[in-house]
Design a protein around this ligand. Structure first.
Ligand SMILES: Nc1ncnc2c1ncn2[C@@H]1O[C@H](COP(=O)(O)OP(=O)(O)OP(=O)(O)O)[C@@H](O)[C@H]1O
Ligand SMILES: [Mg+2]
Length: 233
């Protein structure tokens, strides 16, 4: 199978000295849907931020064979990252401008930009929000718009940080079904175990910045000792 993400011995220490990732080695294959789980502060977000070069500075992460630190523009087109906090994602005046930002940067023609924006917003059930002011929306609405800003770029790899956080039950379920049917490689950090079970074929359990376990979803959920150890049952 075709490796799309290769990580070798990745370490990361924040400027204040907090060691957040320690010796992470992981391969992700085309079409994989990998759930990154683990307690608060275990390093999930820090890990995701390495996948599109927001954190870099070493050559331990490769995407589609390219070193992330040396190919930022290519990487950002391939990897769509949705932040845990939508206020980190949305920075334009209107929803339209936020969702069109990626396609405009890709220098697509205006008809194609319109099409991409409509499709991305429609898939998040936010088609009526184009003219709304992004920072006036509710948290859950902003989460869905954040996903649309990434979907409009047709990324090969979707990296999602707590995508179901603060969504109402209907939109949470719609999102899970949408992601399950989407034919791209996915890396999803979450505390939503039902989502992991319905979407992810592999699970990484993180603990104190390390990979504590990595296996097929069915093996992780069959391992009672592991489930008890990480309070997942
Ligand atoms: N800007 C920062 N400066 C210093 N330490 C940080 C910073 N951001 C995160 N950390 C620390 O790095 C570690 C990993 O944090 P991270 O946000 O990656 O955890 P997480 O698994 O995503 O948690 P959560 O489930 O709460 O989202 C924690 O110990 C956290 O306190
Ligand atoms: Mg996090």
């Amino acid at each position: 199978m075709h490796k799309v993400i290769e990580i070798k011995n990745l370490n990361y220490t924040y400027p204040d000295g907090t060691l957040a990732l320690e010796n992470i080695t992981l391969d992700i294959f085309k079409g994989d849907s990998v759930g990154i789980i683990g307690p608060n502060g275990s390093g999930k977000t820090t890990f995701l931020l390495h996948l599109n070069g927001i954190f870099n500075g070493n050559s331990s992460v490769k995407v589609c064979g390219l070193s992330v630190s040396e190919n930022l523009n290519d990487i950002r087109r391939k990897v769509g990252l949705v932040f845990q906090d939508p206020d980190d994602q949305l920075f334009m005046q209107t929803v339209f401008d936020d969702v069109a930002f990626g396609p405009i940067n890709m220098e697509l023609e205006s008809g194609e930009i319109q099409k991409r924006v409509d499709k991305a917003l429609g898939s998040m059930d936010m088609g009526d929000y184009k003219e709304r002011i992004s920072h006036h929306l509710s948290f859950g609405e902003k989460k869905r718009i954040s996903l649309a800003t990434v979907l409009s770029m047709n990324p090969e790899i979707l990296v999602l940080d707590e995508p179901t956080g603060n969504l109402d039950p209907k939109h949470r379920k719609d999102l899970i079904n949408f992601l399950r049917d989407m034919d791209v490689t996915k890396v999803i950090a979450t505390h939503d175990m039902d989502m992991v079970l319905s979407i992810c074929n592999k699970i990484v359990i993180m603990d104190k910045g390390r990979i504590a376990a990595l296996d097929a979803t069915e093996n992780i959920f069959r391992n009672n000792e592991l489930l008890r150890l990480y309070n997942l049952d």
